[in-house]
Design a protein around this ligand. Structure first.
Ligand code: CA
Length: 231
């Protein structure tokens, strides 16, 4: 099945290189080089994946990512020219699914895109789907097939990674999951991911759950160990 993928990149050669590689893997690519036209295009075409460069003419990747997240949970990989930038980006909690640093090999990009896709909708292993329903007796309902999580009757707007984190935590309420475990299960083959990535996604997830459950469902930090969820 073809996946529509938007490449937001203002260096034409680099964009073309990505198109060449991704097209071979059955991605239907569209390239936009100007930050100003991205939002409208995304709203009209609803791509299934976005590769988003940080530095762009007219509107930068940070503003774009924030704006996209107000109306869409489409998987986003942000591309930056500086490795140091990644820490700052994580701190901003933009809701991107992964970060890639330039220069990259196109093969690496393809692998990352596939990896993010795998861990999002429809790609959940059967074991994760089953356990979702054990959470029914609580105020939390997760339907992995529909990529839907409801807390106290309110549907959550989650990114694919937040969804997978929540799904994992809900498998065993009160169990403390180490960052390593969460990383292994949510970010299978990423070299750049640090434990701060997990922290940042958890922070976003926690905010959303607190808000929807009015503090009834808590994700707590167990210092030096990891995270757990309590109903
Ligand atoms: Ca650029």
């Amino acid at each position: 099945m073809t996946t529509t993928l938007l490449i937001v990149e203002d260096e034409p050669k680099l964009a073309q290189l990505l198109v060449d590689y991704l097209s071979r893997d059955d991605f239907a690519c569209h390239v936009i080089g100007d930050g100003n036209t991205v939002i409208e295009w995304v709203q009209q075409h609803n791509p299934q994946f976005i590769l988003l460069d940080l530095m762009l003419p007219n509107k930068d990747g940070i503003s774009l990512c924030r704006e996209i997240r107000t109306f869409s949970n489409v998987p986003i990989i942000m591309v930056t020219a500086r490795i140091e930038e990644i820490d700052r980006l994580l701190g901003l909690e933009l809701g991107a699914d992964d970060y890639i640093c330039k220069p990259f090999s196109p093969r690496e990009v393809v692998a990352r895109v596939k990896s993010v896709l795998r861990r999002s909708v429809g790609a959940l292993p059967a074991s994760e789907k089953e356990t979702s329903f054990a959470a029914h007796q609580h105020d939390i309902v997760i339907d992995a097939d529909k990529f839907m999580a409801r807390v106290c009757g309110q549907e959550l707007e989650l990114t694919p990674i937040e969804f997978r984190l929540l799904n994992l935590l809900c498998k065993s309420p009160e169990r403390v999951f180490s960052r390593d475990y969460l990383m292994d299960n949510v970010y299978v083959d990423n070299r750049i991911v640090s434990d701060r990535t997990v922290d940042s996604h958890i922070k976003n997830l926690r905010k959303k759950i607190n808000h929807a459950s009015a503090g009834k469902i808590l994700i707590s930090t167990v210092y030096g160990v990891g995270y757990k969820i309590s109903f």
